[in-house]
Write a protein that binds this ligand. Structure first.
Ligand code: ADE
Length: 331
Protein backbone atom coordinates (compact mmCIF):
# COMPACT_ATOMS: atom_id res chain seq x y z
CA UNK A 1 0.00 0.00 0.00
CA UNK A 2 1.10 3.49 -0.72
CA UNK A 3 0.71 6.27 1.87
CA UNK A 4 0.83 9.49 0.00
CA UNK A 5 2.56 12.42 1.64
CA UNK A 6 1.76 15.24 -0.74
CA UNK A 7 1.28 18.76 0.51
CA UNK A 8 2.39 18.10 4.06
CA UNK A 9 3.35 21.11 6.11
CA UNK A 10 6.95 21.48 7.16
CA UNK A 11 8.67 23.15 10.07
CA UNK A 12 11.43 25.74 9.74
CA UNK A 13 14.72 25.09 11.49
CA UNK A 14 17.50 27.69 11.98
CA UNK A 15 20.90 26.15 11.30
CA UNK A 16 24.45 27.32 10.77
CA UNK A 17 26.06 26.56 7.42
CA UNK A 18 29.79 25.70 7.08
CA UNK A 19 30.70 29.41 7.04
CA UNK A 20 28.85 30.06 10.26
CA UNK A 21 25.94 31.88 8.58
CA UNK A 22 22.40 31.40 9.83
CA UNK A 23 20.30 29.59 7.27
CA UNK A 24 16.72 28.39 7.30
CA UNK A 25 16.15 24.76 6.55
CA UNK A 26 12.72 23.35 5.91
CA UNK A 27 12.40 20.12 7.79
CA UNK A 28 9.49 17.79 7.81
CA UNK A 29 8.18 17.30 11.33
CA UNK A 30 8.27 13.81 12.73
CA UNK A 31 7.49 11.78 15.84
CA UNK A 32 10.73 12.99 17.47
CA UNK A 33 9.55 16.61 17.34
CA UNK A 34 6.72 16.03 19.84
CA UNK A 35 6.31 15.01 23.45
CA UNK A 36 3.32 12.72 23.71
CA UNK A 37 0.93 12.91 26.65
CA UNK A 38 -2.40 11.50 27.71
CA UNK A 39 -4.99 9.78 25.54
CA UNK A 40 -7.75 12.15 24.44
CA UNK A 41 -9.84 9.71 22.50
CA UNK A 42 -9.94 6.26 20.99
CA UNK A 43 -11.54 5.08 17.78
CA UNK A 44 -11.57 1.71 16.08
CA UNK A 45 -8.56 2.55 13.88
CA UNK A 46 -6.91 5.35 15.79
CA UNK A 47 -5.94 6.84 19.10
CA UNK A 48 -5.80 10.59 19.71
CA UNK A 49 -3.00 11.69 22.03
CA UNK A 50 -2.22 15.06 23.57
CA UNK A 51 1.20 16.22 22.34
CA UNK A 52 3.47 19.23 22.61
CA UNK A 53 5.82 20.54 19.92
CA UNK A 54 9.25 20.39 21.58
CA UNK A 55 10.42 23.57 19.86
CA UNK A 56 7.41 25.85 20.14
CA UNK A 57 5.70 24.20 23.14
CA UNK A 58 2.43 24.53 21.21
CA UNK A 59 -0.09 21.86 22.15
CA UNK A 60 -1.74 19.59 19.63
CA UNK A 61 -3.91 16.53 19.42
CA UNK A 62 -2.14 13.84 17.39
CA UNK A 63 -4.26 11.15 15.80
CA UNK A 64 -2.23 7.96 15.51
CA UNK A 65 -3.53 5.47 12.96
CA UNK A 66 -2.35 1.88 12.86
CA UNK A 67 -1.30 1.03 9.27
CA UNK A 68 -1.62 -2.76 9.51
CA UNK A 69 -5.09 -2.57 11.01
CA UNK A 70 -6.24 -0.04 8.39
CA UNK A 71 -4.97 -2.17 5.52
CA UNK A 72 -6.46 -5.35 6.99
CA UNK A 73 -9.86 -3.70 7.43
CA UNK A 74 -9.66 -2.02 4.01
CA UNK A 75 -9.96 1.52 5.36
CA UNK A 76 -7.06 3.06 3.40
CA UNK A 77 -9.50 5.07 1.34
CA UNK A 78 -11.05 6.65 4.44
CA UNK A 79 -7.79 7.76 6.02
CA UNK A 80 -6.85 9.41 2.73
CA UNK A 81 -10.26 11.10 2.51
CA UNK A 82 -9.77 12.47 6.00
CA UNK A 83 -6.38 13.91 5.15
CA UNK A 84 -7.50 15.34 1.81
CA UNK A 85 -10.61 17.00 3.24
CA UNK A 86 -8.77 18.46 6.23
CA UNK A 87 -6.13 19.84 3.86
CA UNK A 88 -8.90 21.44 1.83
CA UNK A 89 -10.52 22.97 4.94
CA UNK A 90 -7.33 24.59 6.16
CA UNK A 91 -8.58 27.77 7.68
CA UNK A 92 -11.84 28.00 9.59
CA UNK A 93 -12.14 28.48 13.36
CA UNK A 94 -14.95 25.90 13.54
CA UNK A 95 -13.03 23.04 11.92
CA UNK A 96 -10.19 21.07 13.45
CA UNK A 97 -7.07 22.09 11.54
CA UNK A 98 -4.53 19.59 10.23
CA UNK A 99 -1.01 21.01 10.71
CA UNK A 100 1.31 18.15 9.77
CA UNK A 101 1.16 14.55 8.71
CA UNK A 102 3.98 12.06 8.96
CA UNK A 103 4.48 8.37 9.39
CA UNK A 104 6.77 5.71 10.70
CA UNK A 105 6.84 2.00 9.98
CA UNK A 106 3.79 1.25 12.13
CA UNK A 107 1.62 4.35 12.16
CA UNK A 108 0.30 7.41 10.41
CA UNK A 109 0.24 10.62 12.43
CA UNK A 110 -2.18 13.52 11.93
CA UNK A 111 -1.23 16.60 13.96
CA UNK A 112 -4.48 18.45 14.75
CA UNK A 113 -5.84 21.36 16.78
CA UNK A 114 -6.45 20.27 20.34
CA UNK A 115 -10.01 20.73 21.56
CA UNK A 116 -9.68 20.66 25.33
CA UNK A 117 -13.42 21.00 26.02
CA UNK A 118 -14.03 17.53 24.60
CA UNK A 119 -17.14 16.42 22.74
CA UNK A 120 -20.36 18.45 22.66
CA UNK A 121 -22.09 15.13 23.41
CA UNK A 122 -20.26 14.88 26.75
CA UNK A 123 -21.27 18.42 27.73
CA UNK A 124 -24.87 17.75 26.70
CA UNK A 125 -24.98 14.51 28.68
CA UNK A 126 -23.71 16.28 31.79
CA UNK A 127 -26.36 19.02 31.36
CA UNK A 128 -29.22 16.76 30.23
CA UNK A 129 -30.58 19.43 27.89
CA UNK A 130 -29.56 22.92 26.78
CA UNK A 131 -31.76 25.98 27.04
CA UNK A 132 -32.57 27.91 23.86
CA UNK A 133 -29.69 30.36 24.31
CA UNK A 134 -27.09 27.56 24.50
CA UNK A 135 -28.67 25.63 21.63
CA UNK A 136 -28.63 28.81 19.53
CA UNK A 137 -24.98 29.51 20.40
CA UNK A 138 -23.67 26.02 19.58
CA UNK A 139 -26.08 25.62 16.67
CA UNK A 140 -24.91 28.86 15.05
CA UNK A 141 -21.25 27.85 15.19
CA UNK A 142 -21.97 24.37 13.82
CA UNK A 143 -23.95 25.94 10.97
CA UNK A 144 -21.21 28.45 10.16
CA UNK A 145 -18.64 25.63 9.98
CA UNK A 146 -20.97 23.54 7.77
CA UNK A 147 -21.49 26.52 5.47
CA UNK A 148 -17.72 26.85 5.11
CA UNK A 149 -17.14 23.17 4.36
CA UNK A 150 -19.94 23.16 1.79
CA UNK A 151 -18.46 26.28 0.15
CA UNK A 152 -15.20 24.33 -0.12
CA UNK A 153 -16.95 21.36 -1.73
CA UNK A 154 -16.97 19.03 1.27
CA UNK A 155 -20.00 17.15 2.63
CA UNK A 156 -19.28 15.82 6.13
CA UNK A 157 -21.84 12.94 6.09
CA UNK A 158 -21.41 12.09 9.78
CA UNK A 159 -22.34 15.20 11.73
CA UNK A 160 -23.36 14.40 15.29
CA UNK A 161 -22.63 15.75 18.79
CA UNK A 162 -19.67 13.34 19.16
CA UNK A 163 -17.97 14.91 16.14
CA UNK A 164 -18.47 18.43 17.45
CA UNK A 165 -15.53 19.17 19.74
CA UNK A 166 -15.10 22.26 21.94
CA UNK A 167 -11.91 24.22 22.49
CA UNK A 168 -10.80 25.92 25.72
CA UNK A 169 -13.15 28.86 24.98
CA UNK A 170 -16.08 26.51 24.35
CA UNK A 171 -15.98 27.31 20.66
CA UNK A 172 -17.00 24.56 18.26
CA UNK A 173 -14.42 22.51 16.30
CA UNK A 174 -15.87 19.94 13.92
CA UNK A 175 -13.82 16.80 13.48
CA UNK A 176 -13.83 13.34 11.90
CA UNK A 177 -13.83 13.83 8.13
CA UNK A 178 -13.06 10.15 7.47
CA UNK A 179 -16.44 9.62 5.81
CA UNK A 180 -16.66 12.98 4.08
CA UNK A 181 -17.34 13.36 0.37
CA UNK A 182 -15.23 15.74 -1.70
CA UNK A 183 -17.04 17.36 -4.59
CA UNK A 184 -15.47 18.24 -7.90
CA UNK A 185 -15.02 21.90 -8.64
CA UNK A 186 -18.39 22.46 -10.34
CA UNK A 187 -18.40 23.17 -14.09
CA UNK A 188 -18.31 26.92 -14.57
CA UNK A 189 -21.18 28.37 -16.57
CA UNK A 190 -19.78 30.92 -19.08
CA UNK A 191 -21.92 33.74 -17.75
CA UNK A 192 -21.54 33.06 -14.06
CA UNK A 193 -20.42 35.98 -11.94
CA UNK A 194 -18.70 33.42 -9.77
CA UNK A 195 -17.02 32.13 -12.90
CA UNK A 196 -13.52 31.74 -11.57
CA UNK A 197 -14.09 31.10 -7.89
CA UNK A 198 -13.86 27.38 -7.23
CA UNK A 199 -16.72 26.01 -5.11
CA UNK A 200 -18.34 29.45 -4.94
CA UNK A 201 -21.74 28.34 -6.19
CA UNK A 202 -24.23 25.82 -4.95
CA UNK A 203 -23.71 23.15 -7.63
CA UNK A 204 -23.38 19.75 -6.11
CA UNK A 205 -20.50 18.60 -8.29
CA UNK A 206 -19.46 14.97 -8.44
CA UNK A 207 -17.60 12.92 -5.93
CA UNK A 208 -13.92 12.70 -6.74
CA UNK A 209 -12.97 10.49 -3.84
CA UNK A 210 -14.10 7.29 -5.52
CA UNK A 211 -17.08 7.25 -3.18
CA UNK A 212 -19.46 6.63 -6.04
CA UNK A 213 -17.94 3.23 -6.65
CA UNK A 214 -20.02 0.22 -5.68
CA UNK A 215 -18.39 -0.39 -2.31
CA UNK A 216 -18.85 3.19 -1.17
CA UNK A 217 -22.59 2.91 -1.66
CA UNK A 218 -22.62 0.99 1.55
CA UNK A 219 -23.86 2.92 4.56
CA UNK A 220 -21.63 5.63 5.96
CA UNK A 221 -22.47 7.68 8.99
CA UNK A 222 -24.28 7.00 12.23
CA UNK A 223 -27.75 5.48 12.25
CA UNK A 224 -29.53 8.16 14.31
CA UNK A 225 -28.38 11.07 12.14
CA UNK A 226 -28.42 9.48 8.70
CA UNK A 227 -30.62 11.20 6.14
CA UNK A 228 -33.55 9.45 4.43
CA UNK A 229 -32.03 9.98 0.95
CA UNK A 230 -28.94 8.01 1.95
CA UNK A 231 -31.20 5.13 3.02
CA UNK A 232 -33.49 5.21 -0.01
CA UNK A 233 -31.23 6.41 -2.86
CA UNK A 234 -27.82 5.60 -1.33
CA UNK A 235 -26.87 9.13 -2.14
CA UNK A 236 -25.81 11.98 0.14
CA UNK A 237 -25.83 15.66 -0.80
CA UNK A 238 -25.13 18.91 1.00
CA UNK A 239 -28.71 18.89 2.35
CA UNK A 240 -27.92 15.57 4.08
CA UNK A 241 -25.68 17.51 6.48
CA UNK A 242 -28.63 19.85 7.16
CA UNK A 243 -30.82 16.87 8.08
CA UNK A 244 -28.17 15.92 10.64
CA UNK A 245 -28.07 19.56 11.76
CA UNK A 246 -31.84 19.39 12.40
CA UNK A 247 -31.31 16.21 14.44
CA UNK A 248 -28.60 17.98 16.48
CA UNK A 249 -30.80 21.04 17.24
CA UNK A 250 -33.57 18.68 18.36
CA UNK A 251 -31.12 16.76 20.55
CA UNK A 252 -29.59 19.85 22.19
CA UNK A 253 -33.05 20.97 23.35
CA UNK A 254 -34.55 17.60 24.25
CA UNK A 255 -31.52 15.56 25.34
CA UNK A 256 -31.97 12.79 22.79
CA UNK A 257 -31.88 12.42 19.01
CA UNK A 258 -35.29 12.46 17.25
CA UNK A 259 -34.94 9.01 15.67
CA UNK A 260 -33.84 6.37 18.11
CA UNK A 261 -34.85 2.75 18.34
CA UNK A 262 -33.61 -0.55 19.76
CA UNK A 263 -31.54 -1.32 16.65
CA UNK A 264 -30.29 0.28 13.44
CA UNK A 265 -32.96 -1.31 11.26
CA UNK A 266 -35.79 0.13 13.37
CA UNK A 267 -34.04 3.49 13.52
CA UNK A 268 -33.85 3.50 9.70
CA UNK A 269 -37.56 2.63 9.48
CA UNK A 270 -38.41 5.59 11.70
CA UNK A 271 -36.24 7.92 9.60
CA UNK A 272 -37.74 6.99 6.22
CA UNK A 273 -41.28 7.34 7.61
CA UNK A 274 -40.45 10.58 9.47
CA UNK A 275 -41.63 8.93 12.67
CA UNK A 276 -40.64 11.28 15.50
CA UNK A 277 -42.30 13.50 18.09
CA UNK A 278 -41.41 16.60 20.04
CA UNK A 279 -41.39 16.29 23.81
CA UNK A 280 -43.79 18.51 25.77
CA UNK A 281 -42.35 21.96 26.37
CA UNK A 282 -40.09 21.92 23.28
CA UNK A 283 -39.66 25.61 22.31
CA UNK A 284 -42.12 26.43 19.47
CA UNK A 285 -39.68 28.51 17.37
CA UNK A 286 -37.09 25.72 17.51
CA UNK A 287 -39.84 23.22 16.66
CA UNK A 288 -40.63 25.20 13.52
CA UNK A 289 -36.95 25.18 12.49
CA UNK A 290 -36.54 21.44 13.11
CA UNK A 291 -39.75 20.70 11.17
CA UNK A 292 -38.34 22.57 8.18
CA UNK A 293 -35.07 20.60 8.36
CA UNK A 294 -36.43 17.12 9.00
CA UNK A 295 -38.11 17.01 5.59
CA UNK A 296 -37.83 13.77 3.60
CA UNK A 297 -37.18 15.46 0.25
CA UNK A 298 -33.69 17.01 0.49
CA UNK A 299 -34.63 19.63 -2.11
CA UNK A 300 -37.40 20.91 0.18
CA UNK A 301 -35.21 21.36 3.28
CA UNK A 302 -34.24 24.86 4.34
CA UNK A 303 -31.00 26.06 2.80
CA UNK A 304 -28.21 27.38 5.02
CA UNK A 305 -29.18 30.94 4.09
CA UNK A 306 -32.79 30.29 5.15
CA UNK A 307 -31.67 28.67 8.41
CA UNK A 308 -29.54 31.71 9.24
CA UNK A 309 -32.57 33.94 8.72
CA UNK A 310 -34.93 31.72 10.76
CA UNK A 311 -36.41 33.30 13.88
CA UNK A 312 -34.61 30.71 16.04
CA UNK A 313 -31.32 32.44 15.20
CA UNK A 314 -32.64 35.99 15.81
CA UNK A 315 -29.94 38.01 17.53
CA UNK A 316 -27.05 36.01 16.05
CA UNK A 317 -24.58 38.15 14.13
CA UNK A 318 -23.24 35.84 11.43
CA UNK A 319 -19.64 35.97 10.29
CA UNK A 320 -16.29 36.05 12.04
CA UNK A 321 -17.82 37.74 15.12
CA UNK A 322 -19.47 34.40 15.98
CA UNK A 323 -16.03 33.13 16.91
CA UNK A 324 -15.13 36.00 19.22
CA UNK A 325 -18.33 35.71 21.23
CA UNK A 326 -18.20 34.51 24.82
CA UNK A 327 -19.95 31.19 25.37
CA UNK A 328 -23.15 31.45 27.40
CA UNK A 329 -23.14 29.85 30.84
CA UNK A 330 -24.52 26.33 30.43
CA UNK A 331 -28.01 25.92 31.80
N1 ADE B 1 -10.47 13.68 20.55
C1 ADE B 1 -10.46 13.43 19.25
N2 ADE B 1 -9.92 14.44 18.57
C2 ADE B 1 -9.56 15.37 19.48
C3 ADE B 1 -8.98 16.66 19.41
N3 ADE B 1 -8.61 17.18 18.25
N4 ADE B 1 -8.80 17.34 20.54
C4 ADE B 1 -9.18 16.79 21.71
N5 ADE B 1 -9.74 15.61 21.84
C5 ADE B 1 -9.93 14.90 20.74
Amino acid sequence: EEWKERGAAVGVRQELDRNGNHVQRFVKKGVKDFNFGRTLGEGSYSTVLAATDRQTLKEYAIKVLDKRHIIKERKVKYVNIEKNTLNRLGDHPGIVRLYYTFQDERSLYYVLDVASGGELLGVLKRMGTFDEECARYYGAQILDAVEYMHSRGVIHRDLKPENVLLDDQMHVKITDFGTAKILDPPRQPQDSINGNIPFANQNQGNAIDGSDDNRANSFVGTAEYVSPELLTDKNACKASDLWAFGCIIYQLLSGRPPFKAANEYQTFQKIVSLDYEFPKGFPPVAKDLVERLLVLDPAKRLTIEHIKNHQFFDGIVWGRGLWKQKAPRLK
